[in-house]
Design a protein around this ligand. Structure first.
Ligand SMILES: [Mn+2]
Length: 401
């Protein structure tokens, strides 16, 4: 059985105010070529199809057009799509009956139901056990587990259930999908606090599940064989979703034959590169001052790229300086994506109002906390003008909550 594995498309993302429509279309063209060349039996998309739970009409149209386009390439191609944490499970799943006509299985959520006996299966397993057929014969199964349901238990239960089905036999391949963070996966480009801790599982939780030929994961955007395990992979996002994802993006082609799994990483081309200008310094000392960076700016303005500017600074940039920088990008190919300032290292113990315990944290008002974060980040007190504005915002927020 041949599988193409991808995930984390994030259709509809607005990147620093810029639409990524062209980039997604560029990726779709490449994926289409991969499908034509590799002739897979099934394409699996392991979650985060859209960037938001309420994608725009434009985003939805692009997604529908592309999937229909793909399914028309080859009558035998099956497509399995699961929801990720960014997707709305019910929205993704709503057109399920229509998708079936195109050989596309969309799983937004698991349908649970009450059971009298706790040993009984409390969800509809047949909904997420997708048979993959070739010339009328079932050659394998995709266990299409959407976001948040990925605990080891569910895969064990699914396998157990699958083996009771009359259509099942030992020669069929099994691919398991999941949208979750596996501990000890490389999380380049991710803030561990954002990934969340609840849904993290250890790699052993999966290797203990016997009988899965390939694990097709989504959620971590850095493509990898998890801890070097060839048949357990994150496909990674097809395009950089943040400045930290400035690495080679790809999809995976998986071949399962006679109980052996071989995975090949297929690199993708980037339409619009991400540039840290003049470079990404490690510290204040490595950064260049604002004036120098402004003079060098013309080196990059011609290039169609997302540009994040890095400057050395004694104190936060003035609004005027920031405005001048933005102005320099106007009418150019390069797209301005913010300025990162690097301040001199502070000596230990400089933080006057450091919070050490949770109780101390809770005792502080949002306004006080905001001020101390500002001070910590910028090495100076928040200017009075900004304090006034911030105070108003805090008061407004308090009224709402
Ligand atoms: Mn994602």
């Amino acid at each position: 059985m041949k599988v193409i594995h991808t995930a984390d498309w994030h259709i509809g993302q607005i990147f620093h105010n810029y639409s990524r429509e062209e980039e997604h279309k560029y990726f779709f063209e490449q994926l289409k070529s991969v499908i034509i060349k590799e002739k897979p039996d099934v394409l699996v998309v392991s979650g985060d199809v859209f960037h938001t739970a309420t994608p725009t009409i434009v985003s939805q149209r692009m997604y529908y057009n592309f999937i229909v386009d793909l399914s028309r390439l080859d009558d035998d191609l099956q497509i399995v799509i699961t929801s990720g944490n960014h997707d709305s499970p019910s929205r993704l799943e709503a057109p399920r009956p229509l998708w079936e006509a195109f050989n596309v299985s969309v799983i937004g959520m698991i349908d649970y139901h009450a059971v009298a006996d706790e040993n009984e299966l409390n969800f509809d397993a047949t909904k997420i056990e997708i048979p993959i057929t070739k010339k009328g014969e079932i050659i394998g199964w995709v266990l299409a587990v959407p976001y948040l349901n990925g605990n080891q238990n569910i895969y064990d239960k699914l396998l157990e259930h699958l083996k009771t089905r009359p259509e099942y036999n030992d020669n069929q391949c099994i691919v398991a999908m999941g949208h979750l963070a596996v501990r000890s996966a490389e999380i380049a480009g991710h803030n561990p606090d954002i990934i969340g801790k609840l849904e993290t599982l250890d790699v052993d939780d999966f290797t203990d599940v016997k009988g899965i030929d390939y694990w097709a994961f989504g959620h971590i955007h850095y493509p990898q064989a998890i801890r070097g395990i060839e048949n357990m992979r994150y496909a990674g996002s097809p395009l950089p979703i943040s400045f930290n994802e400035n690495y080679q993006h790809s999809v995976v082609s998986v071949n399962i034959e006679n109980g052996k799994t071989e995975a090949t990483v297929i690199p993708l081309k980037t339409l619009i590169p991400i540039i840290d200008f003049p470079s990404k310094p490690k510290s204040y000392d490595e950064a260049l001052p604002y004036e120098t960076v402004m003079m060098k700016l013309m080196e990059v303005l011609d290039e169609k790229a997302y540009v994040r500017v890095h400057v050395q600074a004694e104190k936060p940039l003035t609004q005027e300086n920031t405005a001048l920088m933005i102005q320099a990008f106007e009418g150019q190919n390069a797209m301005f994506c913010g300025i990162q300032s690097y301040f001199p290292e502070k000596a230990e113990g400089d933080d006057l109002q450091e919070v050490k315990t949770l109780r101390e944290l809770k005792a502080k008002s949002p306004f006080e906390l905001g001020c101390s974060v500002y001070q910590k980040k910028n090495g100076c007190e928040m200017p009075d003008e900004l304090k006034e504005m911030f105070k108003k915002v805090c008061e407004e927020a308090q009224k709402v909550s």
